[in-house]
Design a protein around this ligand. Structure first.
Ligand code: ZN
Length: 203
């Protein structure tokens, strides 16, 4: 590989990452080149280690060092509740909150027709299989409250409603609304509308 080709290859590979356009990829490649020698080698080694030491959990598709992830290995969780999330980062965030006691299912993305991502590109078939084989009583759809996240949740709700065991399966959507510590003054219309839609009864 010639020197120019090596740079081009790095730009192309970085540019394949979500949210990284051609210009950013180029800037990052130049940055890596300009940093001290060690940085690039450490990055390369860390990437190699990442792929060699981590895998997808065979049950929930979370990031895992073993066939089953740390959450799935826990016997003390509520096995009848499965929380569906977009990615492992969202799962980790929910775990940190400590507010959820069930298990997870990681879709590894959201439906996105513009980016050519359809149901077959997500772990939806695996979710359905899991529900069919286990005594799942509730599926909590915890995709992000974005346009694509909402569309994915609606799609899943439809698919789950069509399952043979649909009448024993409760499908819920996480409550979305005004964040704690936020002011109504700075709340956008969609969040405000959702907050009212998801209001809960106090008395
Ligand atoms: Zn797992």
């Amino acid at each position: 590989m010639t020197q120019a080709n090596a740079l081009e290859a790095v730009v192309r590979l970085l540019g394949e990452m979500p949210g990284i356009g051609g210009k950013t990829a180029q800037r990052l490649a130049y940055y890596i080149l300009a940093r001290e020698h060690d940085y690039a080698f450490q990055l390369a080694a860390a990437l190699r280690e990442l792929k060699e030491s981590l895998q997808w959990c065979r049950t929930c598709y979370n990031i895992s060092t073993d066939e089953q992830c740390a959450v799935c290995r826990r016997p003390d969780r509520e096995h009848q509740v499965v929380c569906v999330v977009e990615d492992a980062a969202n799962l980790a965030n929910i775990e940190r909150s400590g507010g959820f006691r069930g298990y997870y299912h990681v879709l590894q993305g959201v439906l996105s027709p513009v980016n050519g991502i359809g149901p077959d590109d997500l772990r939806i078939a695996e979710l359905i299989q899991r529900i069919s084989q286990n005594e799942v009583q509730e599926v909590i759809l915890a995709t992000n409250p974005t346009v694509e996240g909402e569309a994915t949740a609606m799609y899943l709700a439809d698919v789950l409603a069509g399952l043979p065991q649909a009448d024993q399966l409760q499908v819920t959507r996480i409550g979305v609304g005004i964040p704690i510590g936020a002011s109504l003054d700075y709340c956008d219309e969609v969040t405000m509308a959702k907050a009212f839609e998801n209001r809960r009864r106090l008395t």
